[in-house]
Design a protein around this ligand. Structure first.
Ligand code: SF4
Length: 280
């Protein structure tokens, strides 16, 4: 006979700060690096993503608005369900349960575009690629390349800093089975568009992790009026394309995603990842 799991406590301590939070975490309540406040405007549907993204005058505003977005009902429901249930190994800690904003250097010359937060990674910690095996790989590589001040990324507030590089996701909420629907990818696209626009002043290159990030970046570039080579550049590990953006050349580089599926099987090795990061 199965024993019912006891009711979760309403508040659990953040693993680093010890401050208690509910899951999901309300905006502006002191979670490390939470960009939002209780009055940050919330996008409740796709049209509001367009207007709030377009009117974000700087990255801080954009990150704050991203982090409270509720435009995709299926994803909001999933991310909050995961946050409330939690995985047994993380049952003693609160889950962020909100969209993951960008992370890194706001004046970065290099942007990394990933797919979406992991249910028990960024959806738990509130920081992209933080708290899962994918992040272990990525941040170790960024440290080897001199972009990160430490090789590990465990929790928001753990002292990790990036220099010259910033990370965003093509879709900002954790999707079931890591598969956002086309409608959800489309709803989230204006956040990525604005991220690219705000980064453009100093942008040199973009690393797309996986084919979905590659396609999302090319689609964003077209929407922004950048010149994209024709025929459409094909994704592959080490693929490159040069995008012309307002008189500036931005190099797009492809890499297999740092997912466990790729790293455990040897499809992506540390040497392969270091090599593409070295080209940025
Ligand atoms: S996926 Fe993007 S658009 Fe949809 S709710 Fe999350 S942040 Fe908002």
């Amino acid at each position: 006979m199965s024993v019912p799991r006891p009711e979760a406590p309403a508040l659990l301590p953040h693993p680093l700060t010890g401050v208690p939070y509910p899951s999901p975490v309300p905006p502006g309540t002191g979670w490390p690096d939470d960009p939002a406040t209780p009055v940050t405007p919330v996008a409740a549907e796709a049209g509001q993503v367009v207007s709030l993204a377009g009117s974000s005058g700087d990255l801080a505003t954009l990150d704050a608005r991203v982090s409270v977005c509720r435009a995709c009902p299926r994803l909001v429901s999933w991310r909050e369900h995961v946050a409330a249930q939690r995985r047994a190994s993380f049952a003693d800690q609160p889950y962020w349960g909100r969209p993951a904003p960008s992370f890194g250097d706001p004046r970065a010359a290099v942007l990394i575009v990933g797919l979406a937060p992991a249910a028990h990674g960024a959806n738990r910690t509130g920081r992209v690629f933080t708290g899962d095996r994918s992040g272990d790989w990525l941040f170790a590589a960024l440290h080897r390349a001199g972009y990160a001040n430490q090789p590990t990324s465990v929790h928001a507030g753990d002292g990790l800093r990036l220099g010259g590089i910033r990370i965003v996701a093509a879709v900002r909420c954790a999707p079931p089975d890591n598969k956002p629907l086309p409608s959800e990818r489309a709803a989230c696209a204006p956040w990525l568009d604005r991220d690219l626009q705000l980064a453009l002043g100093g942008l040199r290159s973009i690393l797309a992790l996986g084919s979905i990030a590659w396609d999302a970046t090319l689609a964003a570039a077209r929407r922004l009026g950048w010149t994209v080579p024709r025929p459409k550049p094909r994704f592959g590990h080490g693929s490159e394309a040069v995008l012309q953006a307002d008189g500036r050349a931005v190099r797009l580089v492809g890499s297999y995603h740092v997912s466990q599926q790729n790293t455990f099987t040897g499809r992506l090795t540390e040497t392969m990842l270091d090599e593409v990061i070295g080209r940025l």
